[in-house]
Design a protein around this ligand. Structure first.
Ligand SMILES: Cc1ncc(COP(=O)(O)O)c(C=O)c1O
Length: 388
């Protein structure tokens, strides 16, 4: 692997005279040059609407087909199982409306307290629209892990769907999706994975996961602001997605509404090529080292409290903490002064923050372009802030 950092023009940015360290990847990653170039190339050389008889339109059709084929390859899906859309939230709302049309009042969906609101609100909307009941499996606050006993207890004869995040964007917990799949299968329920925070950190194979649906967003893994939904072929072909009459009845396009973000889709193809060029086992090891250094370094600073699973447990290199005497925003602003870009808040994972009993977390996320030197800078800055 050539030095991965060379791919990212954003790393040349200075702030207050220092190179910017982007620790905000769980909110959105930086973009490699090849992705930006593919999007620009599309707009400058191939820009057209689809399905017409002139070259730029045919090229647009080919670019979309090739991006779909790249996703098929990358997620281990089959042809006709990949849907593009604005983002994970919009795609999940669309899917929930389609599924809701097949359910009746009293049918149940189970989500979890670890989930981002985007994997809660689309199902909750069905409570109002269809009388569907949404239950929430508990998070164990001490470990930041899913309470599988509680999840199992919630499953009943009316359970239609288990909707579970692959990893928590707030505290980095990786959920045992194999266990969730087994519970879903036993219950005869469908299995939806919110893979937005997992996809940047683990190679995903939808067949190995055994999921019926998986949604993610390419801007969380070095791509443009566009969403991707995998839906198992027979479901994608048969679910009653709301659609306009002229939209096709067959193929993934039946779940896509209106004109797509075509430059974004061109960018997705380049993003997948970039992801395929990465040395995933090496990145994985590096991520574990980063998480351990962050965890151990932060825990030795007075006033720092850490949340979520410790290193060694299944987790992403996303480490969240609070600093006594400071709000999340104060920590985040002070670090930004030192060109260390971290995020603060509840990250739309309100139930995580509520269960942890904190107002706001400070979140440090590592990506493929993170370096140990940046982590040391961050640890020094937090130490300085805490008065040590
Ligand atoms: C775990 C998780 N799920 C869902 C979402 C929503 O994704 P999108 O912005 O693509 O709708 C996010 C965004 O931060 C997330 O982190």
């Amino acid at each position: 692997m050539i030095n991965v950092r060379n791919h990212f023009p954003a790393l040349n940015r200075l702030h207050n005279g220092q190179p910017v360290a982007y620790f905000d990847s769980p909110g959105g990653t930086q973009v490699p040059r090849m992705v930006g170039e593919a999007m620009t190339r599309y707009l400058y050389e191939h820009n057209a609407n689809t399905h017409w008889a002139y070259p730029t339109s045919a090229e647009t059709d080919a670019i979309i087909a090739s991006a779909r084929a790249a996703c098929v390859r990358f997620f281990g899906a089959s042809e006709r199982e990949i849907v593009f859309g604005n983002n994970m939230t919009t795609l999940t709302f669309h899917l929930s409306r389609a599924l809701g049309r097949t359910w009746s009042a009293g049918d149940e969906v189970i989500a979890t307290e670890l989930d981002h609101h985007a994997n809660v609100a689309p199902w909750r909307a069905l409570e109002v629209d269809r009388g569907v009941v949404v239950r929430s499996a508990r998070m164990i606050p001490e470990t930041g892990q899913l309470d599988f006993d509680h999840l199992a207890q919630l499953i009943g004869p009316r359970t239609r769907l288990l909707a579970v995040g692959g990893a928590s964007n707030a505290i980095g917990t990786i959920n045992d999706l194999g266990r969730v799949r087994d519970l879903a299968r036993e219950a005869g329920a469908l299995f939806f994975v919110d893979a937005v925070h997992l996809a940047p950190h683990e190679r995903l194979d939808v067949r190995a996961l055994g999921c019926d649906f998986l949604a993610c967003s390419s801007y969380k893994f070095y791509g443009p602001h566009a969403g991707i939904l995998f839906a198992r072929g027979e479901l994608l072909e048969s679910l009653p997605f709301p659609k306009l009459a002229p939209a096709p009845d067959k193929g993934p396009e039946r779940a896509e509404t209106g004109t797509q973000n075509q430059e974004g889709i061109a960018g997705i193809e380049a993003t997948i090529r970039f992801l395929e060029s990465l040395d995933w086992p090496a990145l994985h090891d590096e991520g574990s080292r980063f998480a351990a250094r962050l965890w151990n370094g932060l825990s030795s600073i007075r006033g720092v409290r850490l949340y979520g699973p410790p290193p060694g447990q299944p987790r992403t290199p996303t480490v969240s903490f609070t600093l006594d005497g400071f709000t999340g925003e104060e920590v985040s602003r002070a670090l930004a002064e030192r060109a260390l870009f971290v995020s603060h808040g509840d990250f739309y994972a309100q139930t995580v923050v509520e269960r942890l009993g904190v107002e706001a977390l400070v979140r440090v996320g590592c990506a493929c372009y993170t370096s140990m030197e940046e982590i040391e800078r961050l640890l020094d800055a937090v130490s300085e802030l805490s008065g040590i």
